[in-house]
Design a protein around this ligand. Structure first.
Ligand SMILES: C[S@@+](CC[C@H](N)C(=O)[O-])C[C@H]1O[C@@H](n2cnc3c(N)ncnc32)[C@H](O)[C@@H]1O
Length: 251
């Protein structure tokens, strides 16, 4: 199945599964399945989808499995990858755009993201805005700016879905903190002095924003005033970390 539709050279693939293309495409299929399930859609056949920080995974999944699709707009800060997609995806339902936005991990020389950042698509035109493994690399100021900026592009009945790292263990054991806590051996003093998770922690400052981890409270608080209302904040599943689903606040 995987990667039959579009093979993407290794240098244009990013993220945890970048070294295994088949596995990456399979996880793209799973993410689309999860998105449809959680948004209560039979498929993406009637949806205009904005995939922000798109990478290549969802495009490969849609093409490999010939999944129904209305329209797909992929935006990323990786210009060579966007050029590759433009040159190799000959399907009028897809469009791709590169933006030179700052991200400490992926594009440190880029321009600051702000609530006023303009995207090359019409406002209020998207049914679904998705960001998979993007907020997982966002500092708090970008978390807020991203939400405010994206709000302008959603239709009134559209939905936003994004994954993030939360600073908590979960019953299923599939989250980032579940993973690292299996290797941590806190001292009794550390346990006694534990005051709860920090609002935000850049987990490994040597690798800035590789793991941007938020407390649940802060992740929820940062959505307030951004133009979105939270529909759900969900535990990790095999194909995804914690993820939030939001609707636009209608004024
Ligand atoms: C871990 S990869 C995930 C890619 C894809 N969403 C997936 O699930 O396979 C993170 C992506 O977000 C992009 N990115 C990071 N910061 C961004 C920003 N501020 N705006 C747009 N894209 C960004 C990176 O270039 C990279 O392609």
């Amino acid at each position: 199945m995987a990667a039959q539709g579009l093979h993407v050279p290794r240098e244009y693939r990013r993220g945890g599964k970048a070294n295994d293309e088949d596995n990456s495409v399979e996880s793209g299929v799973e993410l689309i399945d999860l998105m449809c399930r959680r948004l209560e859609l039979p498929d993406l056949g009637n949806s205009a989808v904005l995939d922000f920080g798109c990478g290549v995974k969802l495009v490969q999944a849609i093409l490999a499995d010939e999944l129904p699709l209305g329209r797909y707009t992929g935006i990323d800060v990786f210009p060579e990858q966007i050029s590759f997609l433009r040159e190799n995806v000959e399907d009028a339902r897809f469009e791709f755009h590169a933006l030179n936005l700052h991200n400490e991990m992926y594009n440190p020389e880029g321009e600051p993201l702000s609530a006023a950042t303009q995207l090359p698509v019409p406002e209020a035109s998207m049914d679904i805005i998705c960001l998979f493994s993007v907020f997982t690399h966002l500092a708090p100021h970008d978390y807020v700016a991203m939400l405010k900026m994206l709000r302008r592009y959603i239709k009134p009945d559209g939905r936003l879905i994004f994954s993030l790292f939360l600073y908590e263990t979960t019953p299923g054991g599939l989250g980032f903190i579940d993973h690292v806590s299996r290797h941590l051996k806190p001292t009794e003093e550390q346990i006694a002095n534990w005051q709860g998770p920090p609002d935000f922690r850049d987990w490994d400052p040597q690798q800035p924003l590789k793991w941007a981890v938020y407390s649940r409270e802060h992740a929820l608080r940062l959505v307030q005033g951004s133009g979105w209302q939270i529909e759900s904040l969900n535990d990790p599943e095999p194909s995804i970390q914690h993820y939030m689903i939001c609707r636009p606040v209608l004024t």
